[in-house]
Design a protein around this ligand. Structure first.
Ligand code: NOJ
Length: 755
């Protein structure tokens, strides 16, 4: 009996995935609305609450609940077998046969892990970002995942916040372009495509502004800041057709984000006409109790659902309390119906009613393909930021002896970064492996130097831990089984022509619940750096981290510095490509790099103040430190030099018009290079004070030595506007400054008028 029912399931699965491509096309909007309403009419209150319930695992109890129609989605269930078993319980075992949607955190790749989102945002290459997310979607769906909790589009101005690594940095324009690219990549042109996943823009909203950079903390901001800085990437995701949003953990201006009617309903549905659904963050409905706005889980459910959180992740509050809230008259059934409509609409759009099952054949063939690895290697090359390159130390010659030193040089897990999907450390190529592969093992010496101990919550960085053996996995590379020691590192450096130091943070020191109060390199890494520098060997510093580290001392002491973030499975190969000139660095900083923690928040699009920054004491700034960042937003060097000139802009445009800005960019160096040309604007006089600069466009251009190009930007006057004090969008008349620039602190300047 068991055998024949298993056979039947296999037949159904086989039949479903062999259906012709045409049947995978999306239903029309009106067809979807009809089918949603027809289904809704047949549903009991309990079944409606079930559709709003996401369970965090698959076990005997949840399987039973699925059959009773009490589960709408599962979180973190991976693999075709597991997914199809649970789906079978829903589609064949429940009264209304409504399929489940399987969600998972595919943040920067599923198995082919790509650079951390902050890193890839710095490529300023939306096409390649989109392509990377297509790979992620293909791999995730091959494993039965149909919904990713990404992209994280939270703007962040505080690198103490560990989750800064998951977003696109500090700028709303770059954040919006990247958000759209990721949504397009995940969802493709059709969410019903078997290789597309439904995306979820998160965390709505204000999560990146948590006070003190402490995760889960409170966020307070003006409505203007919310609308001009924190909301735009969400709006961009909605405009790109994102299927879902996730509500945030934080309190926003006194109302928890997961119970915030103003943002979840008035803005999201009222102003933006979003018709997908909102899922809570993990337990964030229940957490309304510790927030102090709900006395119990029943009240928490009432608050969250009424505010606009449609699906409840993990805490089972809705499934337990929604039916009785309706029966007692506290919750109108129409509110429940609307939430269910939104969930069903996305399930129809995602093609789940037509294709509920995962294809059993793709799980092996679609993972870690050569094409995916190639896309990842390119994305990794483009994500690195060259911060300094005195006397053109880089690129390095290949015919020399290199000492590869540092605790991250051969750490596989840290190449992947935090939230690495279903990634496996064994898939990662470390820098040591990448360099050894490029130069031949005989040219490479290796010493770990020091160990980095993970932080223990609330304690300072572990120092001088009992060190495990530091043997390398690269056969033939000189290594020892002794504990990591600075002496070994110094001795390797002495034997080498050039030293490459790999220091930074362990991946686990970044991401969720990984806020830091200090940006200093953890553990004894500074001691290691100083000891190696004392050998006077030419040294390249490669930082692997999820946030800027405190390196204010470095530019004076180290000739070449690269910020490599976490680059994914091809990390070591991509790093070797850039270090030895087989690829050129072209990444830019998606955030301002602080000189010290005391400067935070430091961001380029700040206001001028009534006493703009100046050396004179009675102007904004510090007595003991510059208020400029160490490196500005948008900054990054190449292996060549670019000259900016001949800025042209129309002298006058109307409020409904378009401004055309152009500049001449010339490669004046000796190598081909890719430049990220950036357009910034400043509105001189408006009803509210305006940022000193705002990014409004960018373009990547590749020029041969001596080649020049006119780069043209076109911006609608409407996109130069701002909110007035009553929160109406206006385009102020008057003079605007404009820059075409290599970063947010330089460039060629001009003006134009809006009349
Ligand atoms: C909590 C995190 O805040 C969120 O980003 C993630 O998607 C969920 N957990 C599910 O894993």
């Amino acid at each position: 009996m068991l055998r024949s029912s298993c056979l039947l399931v296999s037949c159904i699965i086989l039949l479903v995935w062999t259906l012709p491509a045409s049947s995978q096309q999306q239903l029309s909007d009106s067809e979807i609305e009809q089918r949603v309403n027809a289904l809704l009419q047949q549903m009991t209150l309990e079944e409606k609450a079930g559709q709003l319930n996401q369970m965090p695992d698959k076990n005997a109890k949840t399987m039973e609940m699925i059959k009773q129609g009490k589960v709408g989605s599962l979180l973190g269930v991976l693999g075709v077998k597991e997914v199809n078993e649970a789906q079978h319980a829903a589609v064949d075992g429940s009264r209304l046969k409504i399929p489940l949607i399987f969600g998972y955190d595919v943040i920067h790749g599923y198995r082919t892990i790509f650079p951390a989102p902050l890193a890839s945002a710095g490529s300023f290459d939306p096409q390649l970002i989109e392509q990377s997310e297509r790979v992620a979607a293909k791999e995730a769906t091959a494993s039965g995942v149909k919904w990713t909790f990404a992209p994280m589009v939270d703007i962040a101005r505080d690198p103490r916040w560990g989750r800064i690594v998951e977003g696109a940095g500090e700028d709303p324009y770059l954040g919006s372009v990247v958000a759209m690219a990721r949504v397009r990549g995940f969802q493709g042109s059709n969410m019903a495509d078997p290789q597309s996943v439904v995306a979820s823009a998160k965390h709505f909203v204000g999560y990146g502004a948590v006070e003190g950079g402490r995760d889960y903390n409170t966020a307070e901001m003006s409505e203007q800041l919310l609308r001009e800085v924190y909301l735009p990437p969400f709006r961009a995701a909605v405009d790109a057709g994102v299927g879902t949003l996730m509500s945030a953990f934080n309190d926003l201006n006194g109302i928890p984000a997961s119970a915030n009617h103003h943002t979840l309903t008035d803005i999201l549905h009222g102003e933006w006409k979003f018709n997908g659904f909102v899922v809570s963050d993990y337990d964030s409905v229940h957490e309304l109790i510790p927030h102090g706005t709900a006395a119990d889980d029943s009240q928490a459910s009432l608050e969250a659902l009424t505010a606009g959180v449609d699906m409840d992740m993990a805490d089972s509050d809705y499934v337990r309390y929604v039916p009785e809230l309706v029966k007692s008259g506290k919750l109108p059934e129409s509110v429940v119906d609307e939430a269910v409509r939104r969930v069903l609409r996305v399930k129809f759009k995602a093609g789940l009613f037509e294709h509920p099952y995962a294809d059993p054949n793709r799980e092996k063939t679609d993972i870690l393909t050569p094409e995916s690895l190639q896309t990842e290697r390119k994305m990794a090359q483009e994500s690195m930021v060259l911060l300094q390159n005195n006397h053109d130390l880089l690129p390095l010659k290949k015919d020399q002896t290199i000492a590869v030193i540092g605790p991250l040089a051969d750490d596989k897990a840290s190449q992947l970064g935090a939230w690495a999907g279903n990634g496996q450390a064994k898939d990662a190529v470390t820098p040591l492996e990448g360099i050894a592969a490029k130069l031949g093992k005989g040219h490479v010496l290796y010493a770990k130097g020091v160990d980095i101990q993970p932080f223990e919550r609330g304690l300072a960085a572990g120092v001088a831990a009992p060190a495990p053996p530091s043997a390398t996995g690269v056969a033939g590379v000189e290594a020892s089984n002794k504990p990591a020691s600075i002496e070994d590192a110094v001795s390797a450096a002495k034997k080498a022509d050039t030293v490459i130091l790999f220091v930074g943070e362990l991946a686990g020191m970044t991401g969720e619940a990984s806020s830091r109060a200090s940006l200093d390199l953890p553990g004894d890494q500074m001691k290691l750096i100083q000891a190696v520098l004392a050998t006077k060997k030419p040294t390249v510093l490669v930082l692997e981290s999820g946030r800027p580290q405190n390196i204010s001392w470095a530019p004076e002491h180290i000739p070449a510095i690269i910020q490599a973030w976490y680059l994914g499975v091809q990390s070591g190969n991509a790093i070797a490509d850039v270090l030895f000139g087989d690829a050129s660095p072209s990444g830019r900083l998606p955030l301002s790099w602080p000189r010290a923690v005391g400067q935070i928040p430091v961001y380029y699009n700040h206001k001028a103040t009534g006493r703009p920054s100046a050396p004179d004491r009675w102007h904004t700034g510090y007595l003991d430190l510059s208020s400029e960042p160490l490196y500005p937003f948008g900054y990054g060097l190449t292996y060549t030099k670019f000259k900016y000139g001949s800025l042209k802009a129309n002298s006058t445009i109307s409020k409904d018009g378009t401004v055309h800005v152009s500049a001449e960019i010339e490669n004046t160096g000796k190598r081909e290079g890719t430049e990220v040309v950036q357009l910034y604007v400043h509105d001189r006089v408006a009803p509210t004070s305006r940022p000193v600069r705002e990014l409004k466009g960018f373009e990547r251009i590749t020029l041969a030595p001596g080649e020049h190009k006119t780069v043209n930007f076109t911006v609608r006057a409407n996109d130069l506007g701002s909110y007035d004090p009553e929160m109406h969008w206006i385009v102020p008349l008057g003079t605007y400054d404009v820059w075409v620039a290599p970063d947010s602190a330089s460039g060629v300047a001009g003006t134009f008028e809006v009349q």
